[in-house]
Design a protein around this ligand. Structure first.
Ligand code: 13P
Length: 340
């Protein structure tokens, strides 16, 4: 394990004003988003979609790393360039989603456990050989009647820590993603409580498994009221609650926190990240960055519609969202940017 390389890669991923682009939807998830827009759900169309994304001019101005799905790693651009090489050529660090998805957790109705530890070391070593330098694992925690349980939180935290330790051993920076879901009618305060407990448990497990905090990235949810909670709150309230929660639970040795968007609108995700950086940036031990999938890609996907003729317009939309989030990292995002 080359500790210095891990530390360097982790720092680059969250340096300056850049962030990560999550383009690692599993085939079922990608197909679901295609189906909603009437786009054919085939490997070829998924490949064309990912080519539209990675060939967006100037993407590396605001994107430091791109997270891929295994299918994409095995595909090439139309000119025959493998995706990993195309991303490296574009000045972006390639990463990979390595979990095998969230499955029902036995004995815990309504809760899930993320699978994928079996054989993981071999897969990580192969990914490293292809040029991949970081990896992501997503655990999901739902809030509801009597959930999350300690059983679910501990099982997922343990798996995250074992994955993270394996990543570091194989030279890959782990992007540790414990996602407290937005679904439901829970309040901001309930989300705060659950997120705090989840993060404490995750960092406890990371410590037990000997994960080097300087060589990892945390990818958490923002602290938000549930999607159907009647009491929605301002971006400033989200910023205050999220930063308060993170300050309590995330050690200062972690170089950066890159949020998932989790189903927020693109504009809200940018505005909330911006509010955090406006209010707290100069006083935080870690960088506050983004690792959005939907909040960067969705407008571009809706324009693209699976049609070659729409590629340039879709790329403009993707570039714009990446730029908005770059501004949000600096606390310089404004609603005006959405009209320009
Ligand atoms: P969203 O930003 O769409 O939540 O996706 C982030 C991600 O990578 C989920 O694993």
């Amino acid at each position: 394990m080359n500790l210095q390389e891990l530390i360097k890669t982790a720092k680059i991923l969250v340096a300056g004003d850049k962030g990560l682009l999550a383009m690692d939807e599993s085939n079922p998830t990608c197909n679901k988003r295609f189906a909603a827009l009437g786009i054919p759900q085939t490997p070829e169309v998924r490949c064309a979609y990912r080519e539209m994304i990675v060939t967006t001019r100037g993407l590396s101005e605001s994107i430091s790393g791109a997270i891929l799905y295994d299918e994409t790693i095995c595909q090439q651009l139309k000119d025959g360039t493998p995706f990993v090489k195309a991303i490296i050529n574009a000045g972006i660090i390639p990463g990979i989603k390595v979990d095998a998805g969230a499955k029902e957790l036995a004995g815990h109705p309504g809760e899930k456990i993320t699978e994928g530890l079996d054989g993981l070391q071999d897969r990580l070593m192969e990914y490293f050989q292809t040029g991949i330098r970081f990896a992501k694992w997503r655990a999901v925690i739902a809030i509801g009647n009597g959930i999350p349980t300690r059983g679910c939180i501990e099982a997922n935290a343990h798996a995250l820590a074992r994955y993270a330790a394996l990543c570091q051993e194989c030279g890959l920076v782990p992007v540790v993603e414990p996602e407290v879901l937005m679904d439901g009618g829970h309040t901001l305060e309930q989300c705060f409580k659950v997120t705090e407990e989840v993060l404490h448990t995750v960092f406890n497990q990371l410590y037990r498994q000997g994960v080097m905090l300087e060589g990892m990235i945390l990818k958490p949810n923002m602290v938000l009221p549930g999607l159907i909670c009647l009491k929605q709150v301002s971006s400033e309230d989200v910023a205050d609650a999220t930063v308060k929660c993170l300050l309590r639970a995330v050690p200062a040795a972690v170089p950066g926190i890159a949020f998932l968007s989790g189903g927020q609108s693109s504009e809200l995700a940018s505005a909330r990240l911006n509010a955090m950086n406006v209010r707290f940036k100069s006083r935080l031990p870690w960088a506050l960055a983004f690792s959005f999938a939907r909040a960067i890609q969705q407008p571009a996907l809706e324009i693209w519609q699976g049609k070659e003729a729409n590629v340039l317009e879709a790329q403009k939309a993707l570039y714009h969202r990446a730029k908005c989030n770059q501004a949000a990292r600096l606390g310089e995002y404004t609603a005006k940017m959405e009209r320009s």
